[in-house]
Design a protein around this ligand. Sequence first.
Ligand SMILES: [Zn+2]
Length: 465
Amino acid sequence: MLTRLKNGSLYDPAQNLDGAVRDIYFRDGVIIDPPGPDEVIGADYDIEGHIVMAGAIDIHSHIAGGNVNTARLLLPEQHRNFVARKLGHPFSTARWSTTETGYRYATMGYTTVVEPAILPVNALDAHLQMADIPIIDTAGLAILGNDDYLLRLLRGKASQSQINDYVAWTLNATRCLGLKVINAGGASAFKANVRQFGLDDTVPDYGVSSRQILETLQRAACELNIPHPVHVHCNNLGMPGNVDTALATMDAAQGLPMHLAHVQFYGYGNEGDRGFSSAAAQLIHGFQKHPNITMDVGQVLFGQTVTISGDIIAQYSRRHDASPGKWVAWEAECEGSGGIVPYRYQETSFVNSLQWLIGLELFLLADDPWRLFFTTDHPNGAPFTLYPYLFRLLMDRDYRHQCCAKLNREAVAMSLLKDLDKEFSLFEIAIMTRTAAARLLGLNDRGHLRTGAVADIAVYREQAD
Ligand SMILES: [Zn+2]
């Protein structure tokens, strides 16, 4: 059936449309050119005054797989959606069902979501869960870098072309869009009782460094022409002073494309009375010197959530902060590990307030929606259902300042945020969540409203906030 959306205000960076009033036509799920005068319009909607964008794309959100399911099992009391809603709880975190995930994303105008951490041995399970999510399209990134097979190849001095074959086989077998590397070698080292693992540390028994693993996988991604650059979760997540790790990882990319995930968790200095400070400015300074690097933020927002990660070193180190007080650590088939630690971010906390501030500093200082992406690392920084609050924080300076007034004062005093006046426009939001996101993933059929795109179209009522 031919459908027309009439008189909407279009925000489509791919066509340089910044609020222009246009009609959109689509048929059989695809956007088409305006039809001839004799064609019958089956459904016609006048959406004058409404904001129209392509469906949004979430490049990094943990919606399926072993960690997500284990979080559901660990926290059944927070999985009772109906009860939680009745009690007026913020209806937190990852533990909602696949059904809820699809409907909640669609309600916000999201139509494509990437699960960024699929353990190859568990890929079938992850795909079955994603297939069970209604409405939205899903894709995954396959994790390599802690698997015994790769580490044995490296120990045995395998050629790059042998590594490339293994990477290509993995992507084909797991049906994933690209590669994810999580604290390269760290989870393997953890099994030898290593509890801190940096870029130049060596995995016991294998004799390869984290840097070597990362560089080899990045080279494979480039030589195989995988559209999405290698997607990196750096070493030393969450540790004071770890901005140096993030900067060293940018250098390790050697000018080749690399994506650094949830960099808020790496924007940390070790200054001040408590040895914990914002290094957002330093991180962005490095980012601006490396045009080959893209990043997503992993913004922290306040409330109950659950942290889930393949970075077993980071997860094990925060087990005593579990709230409620229970956690899981696991290892699977010599391929990788993970940990689940429930957590509540609080405005009264110095550290949590500073994390919130650092994430926003990164967005506002970078001022580059083509290279810096919108994420909360769902559910690690915040559940994806809080995205509307985060959009408002980026687009409304006064609201940002009001929120600051409720935070830990010591943290606010140390932050640059009060001096940052930048407000994101709808056009910039559309770049970050649509056009640039699709390009980063190598998906040409979405992220824009041109003829031939999938008819994933988000229509929003204009609201003051
Ligand atoms: Zn993540």
